[in-house]
Design a protein around this ligand. Structure first.
Ligand SMILES: Nc1ncnc2c1ncn2[C@@H]1O[C@H](COP(=O)(O)OP(=O)(O)O)[C@@H](O)[C@H]1O
Ligand code: SF4
Ligand SMILES: [Mg+2]
Length: 345
């Protein structure tokens, strides 16, 4: 295993498996996910709804629903395996070392307490701050996310959605964690407010050395805030690499499809092409490539053999049997009819 001192990765997730017990059987929501995160790195975890992004994030900080279990793999954070850490030690680590920004909603703040009191709670009870130092720190944190310190006396309902989400980000930063896991932090906000909150996040990332896992279904969020990307599909990472690699030279048909499906400056909305069909049932996933049923390029081998993640360029990994035909895949994937011809398998 890699060295854990010096400049080794901050986080190394190795073959992580996190399953849910359901009435229909075991849902293999995260099924062998591996990635590393360096200090200060900002990784975007993207994929459609249900691909396992939230489960991955919550497994790392170990706040999973009762029917979920980490059944395999390692989560090496500063050299300690969080998958096996006693809950008591994990509690020490949350907020101080790893903080979570949940999906923009009223739900992540307590409606009956003033923002300032909720911030104090974190600083005093979790961080061991004296009350007066905690008050100063609260003001500093609000300033950091562009909120007026006078607002600390407000209740959550007196905030707009964008302000609430800034407050939640300020709280996550309270104890100066090494890692922030942000789960769809702007999804519930309207577009203009989204842009403002993303800009705040981007500036923070420039100023602080905090590492970020940015969970989102929206490719444009990744483009604005991340330096690397992992694309998830049906519980697995199908492609990962630097933002530059993934956006300018994608390989995996699913990534190619995703990039078609999202608007950007160069591509007006009316040229968007969606990927037909649905992800597989994770209680009974297909044997070979999990994307095969929706992939316009699926071959016989794709149904039989699971494609391993292989390195196609430095730090750029892809799990597809047809990486050698990438030029053809890129040309074809730009044509709308390619995606309409997917034969059910
Ligand atoms: N509470 C739950 N109980 C049972 N299965 C769940 C639960 N939450 C998620 N799952 C399963 O895990 C899969 C991944 O969910 P999730 O991690 O929330 O995906 P994402 O964040 O990418 O939308 C879902 O498709 C579903 O099959
Ligand atoms: S392995 Fe086959 S089915 Fe899967 S993405 Fe590649 S070409 Fe498509
Ligand atoms: Mg989610």
């Amino acid at each position: 295993m890699m060295a854990t001192t010096g400049r080794g990765p901050l986080l190394e997730v190795v073959d992580l498996k996190t399953y849910y017990r359901t009435r229909r059987g075991v849902a293999r929501a995260v099924d062998g996910v591996s990635f590393t995160l360096a200090q200060g790195q900002h990784l975007g975890l993207i994929g459609e709804s249900g691909s396992g992004k939230t489960t991955t994030g919550r497994a790392i900080i170990r706040v999973l629903p009762r029917n979920a279990e980490i059944v395999g793999g390692q989560i090496l954070f500063k050299g300690r395996d969080l998958a096996r850490l006693p809950e008591r030690d994990m509690r020490d680590l949350r907020w101080r070392e790893i903080a979570m920004v949940p999906q923009a909603s009223m739900g992540s703040l307590d409606p009956v307490y003033r923002l300032g009191d909720q911030m104090l709670e974190v600083l005093v009870n979790r961080g061991g701050y004296e009350r007066s130092a905690a008050r100063d720190r609260s003001k500093e944190l609000f300033g950091l996310v562009g909120l007026d310190a006078a607002r600390l006396d407000n209740y959550p309902h007196e905030f707009s959605g964008g302000m609430r989400q800034r407050a939640v980000i300020a709280m996550a930063l309270a104890l100066d964690p090494a890692l922030i896991i942000a789960d769809e932090p702007v999804t519930a906000l309207d577009v203009i407010v989204q842009a403002q909150v993303l800009e705040t996040l981007r500036k923070l990332q420039e100023r602080l050395s905090v590492s970020v896992i940015m969970i989102t279904h929206d490719i444009s969020v990744v483009a604005q805030t991340c330096d690397s990307v992992a694309v998830m599909y049906a519980g697995k990472i199908v492609e990962q690499g630097s933002v530059r690699h993934i956006f300018s030279a994608p390989y995996h048909p699913y990534t190619l499809g995703l990039e078609n499906a999202y608007p950007n400056l160069a591509k007006p909305k009316d040229t968007l092409i969606s990927i037909e069909g649905f992800p597989p049932d994770l209680v009974d996933p297909p044997e070979g490539c999990r994307f095969a049923a929706r992939c316009p390029f699926a071959m016989e081998v794709c149904l039989r053999e699971e494609p391993p993640l292989v390195e196609v360029a430095s730090g750029h990994f892809v799990a597809c049997h047809q990486t050698d035909k990438v030029d053809y895949l890129r040309i074809k994937s730009r044509e709308a009819e390619t995606w309409q011809r997917v034969a059910p398998v």
